[in-house]
Design a protein. Structure first.
Length: 293
């Protein structure tokens, strides 16, 4: 070629095969990084199957207590389903707090944080792998919780819309783990306060998100405020798709799915902005790797 152009470039523009190859060279390292972080959580967390006993049966005892309370006061049968579904979803919130939001704080103390920021991949891909791996292991434990609820308490789920149920679950997970990605940078800035922040947020979210009761019981203003937590609208929408009018939903389920889609975009953008800010601090000041800050 006499004009000095590269193969795959014609008239100053890259051809479609060349453009695809360039995109793949950009994406492939990030996919490998995400796969590496997901592998650790999927394989490592399930290597010792006896852990399932402690991760499923012990939390299920707390869920069962709410079932007996509702049955003691002769609450409608749907409330037992509310409790089982809420108990299954608590694992995702705990995974967001302890395995996403606090993760960079622990990685700094184990010496991995420096490698994350100097690796030739996006930090978002590393967090994506953490989210996928954590979601996989949590889904197994949550599914076992639902199975136990069906077997022991004879919970009957009447699915009104399978597509709506699946979509509401997906957008809830995207928004929830997007929130975890954004919080991971904020926790890193606060240092030791990450531990206290996780403990502080754990129980109040159980109340505000309506894990064990319809969120409409909080009243319109408090329910709207709690809507900033993805699990609030996610649980309410899933209950409506599962139980129909008996779910006593606050808003229409499709409206809640739309709101969750907006929250997903906001949290993912916020996570991207926070990670870019953290990367600038790491390069310019180097203080993120100091244990006393």
């Amino acid at each position: 070629m006499t004009d000095g152009s590269m193969p795959g470039v014609a008239a100053g523009r890259m051809t479609s095969p060349g453009r695809l190859a360039a995109w793949w060279r950009l994406i492939e390292p990030n996919l490998r990084a995400a796969n590496a972080r997901a592998y650790v959580r999927i394989v490592g967390a399930n290597r010792e199957l006896s852990w399932l006993v402690w991760d499923v049966f012990l939390p299920f005892l707390g869920t069962a207590a709410y079932v007996f309370i509702y049955r003691a006061i002769n609450a409608p049968p749907a409330f037992t389903g509310f409790v089982i579904l809420g108990g299954a979803m608590t694992g995702y919130w705990l995974n967001t707090l302890w395995s996403m939001a606090s993760q960079f704080y622990w990685e700094r103390h184990t010496g991995n944080l420096e490698m994350f920021f100097v690796a030739p991949v996006s930090v978002m891909s590393i967090l994506l792998g953490m989210a996928v791996g954590g979601m996989f292991q949590t889904t197994i434990r949550s599914a076992l919780t639902v199975v136990l609820g069906i077997v022991l308490f004879h919970v009957h789920f009447e699915v009104y819309s399978a597509a709506g149920l699946l979509l509401s679950f997906i957008v809830t997970m995207v928004a929830l783990y997007g929130l975890g990605m954004m919080m991971s940078s904020l926790y890193l800035l606060y240092g030791r306060e990450a531990w206290h922040m996780s403990n502080l947020l754990q129980e109040p979210i159980y109340l505000l998100s309506g894990f064990y009761f319809p969120v409409r019981a909080l009243g319109p203003w408090l329910a709207a405020l709690a809507g900033g937590i993805p699990l609030t609208f996610g649980l309410d929408a899933m209950r409506q798709f599962l139980f129909g009018p008996a779910a006593m939903g606050w808003l229409g389920p499709w409206w809640e799915v739309a709101i969750l889609g907006g929250e997903s975009a906001i949290f993912l953008w916020g996570a991207r902005w926070a990670l870019d800010y953290m990367a600038r601090l790491a390069r310019q000041e180097g203080r993120l790797t100091l244990r006393w800050q």
